[in-house]
Design a protein around this ligand. Structure first.
Ligand code: CP
Length: 299
């Protein structure tokens, strides 16, 4: 049987994704009522983080613990990867030692190479191209607050980077309309938007947000782009999500941000506390959706 990796949302069918999100809601209810579910008793996960993390790491580590398993945190500079051991060799070795492996990498090509050499399932904990685990939490959060996202209108405003790319795939997988507004030079990857049946780009953030049921943004300088910060701050002027911009959306709009946020840049100072913001629930759902993902991939 071929191994199921989760490097992007298109690795799973729509039914698989819906099943994971439904299970995430169930695991959340069990967790909140103090019921323990030890479905991953004896399982071990290795997590390789080339880039920093709070939510992804803690959600996986706490999630494995709660399900009866164990997670091992690895930094490349503290393993033989940092001394030049080829990524494929590392994948082959770790596959013999653990049951599942998560990677957060700069270059998506590295996680693809790793997965090709791995004999156990591999999860993308974020790359320069996609952040599929975040989308599971976002879709769970929307479902909890508003029900099905099918045929709803979603707006992404900001940098056409890994979160925007992930929303393009989500729009086809979950059947919603996605309107993206970015500065022209920061449009999302052309291969993704050109092949999407539900996503389109517009120049104006106001047009993107008009009537939207969900508005999302992300930081203007992602990890590894810090040396471009000055130019990016200038290029993204006019693309801040603030209360006035949200006023163009549907009256019941939700606002999400994968966090960490830069107040005064991609969002206004108080937006996270706006009644339309669900960012704290979204962050908390990383735990439940990642537990459901682990169960799905290890079952
Ligand atoms: N949103 C997200 O992935 O957060 P971390 O970088 O803290 O993992």
């Amino acid at each position: 049987m071929s191994i199921k990796h989760f490097l992007s949302l298109t690795d799973f069918s729509r039914g698989d994704l819906e099943q994971i999100i439904e299970r995430a809601a169930q695991l959340k209810r069990l967790h909140d009522s103090g019921v323990q579910d030890r479905s991953l008793d004896g399982k071990t996960m290795a997590m390789i983080f080339e880039l920093k993390s709070t939510r992804t790491r803690v959600a996986f580590e706490a999630g494995m613990h709660q399900l009866g398993g164990h997670a091992i945190f690895l930094r490349p500079d503290e393993t033989q990867l940092g001394r030049g051991e080829p990524i494929g060799d590392t994948a082959r070795v770790l596959s013999t030692l653990v049951d599942i492996i998560m990677l957060r990498v700069h270059d998506h090509a590295d996680i693809s190479s790793f997965a090709a050499a791995s004999s156990v399932p591999v999860i993308n904990g974020m790359s320069n191209r996609f952040h599929p685990c975040q989308l599971l939490a976002d879709m769970q959060t929307f479902a909890e607050k508003r029900g099905s996202i099918r045929d709803q209108s979603v707006a992404f405003v900001g940098d056409g980077y890994n979160m925007c790319n992930s929303y393009i795939l989500a729009s086809d997988q979950f059947d919603f309309d996605l309107v993206i507004s970015t500065p022209t030079e920061f449009r999302p990857d052309a291969d993704l938007i050109d092949s999407s049946s539900r996503a389109r780009w517009v120049a104006s953030p106001e047009e993107a947000v008009s009537g939207a049921n969900l508005v999302i943004t992300d930081v203007w300088s992602s990890m590894g782009q810090e040396n471009e910060r000055t130019e990016r701050l200038e290029a993204f002027q006019g693309f801040q999500v603030n209360a006035d911009l949200l006023d163009n959306a549907h009256p019941d709009v939700l606002f999400m941000h994968c966090l960490p946020a830069h107040r005064g840049e991609e969002i206004s100072d108080n937006l996270l506390e706006d009644p339309r913001s669900v960012v704290w629930e979204e962050a908390g759902n990383r735990l439940h959706s990642q537990k459901a993902l682990l169960e799905f991939m290890l079952s």
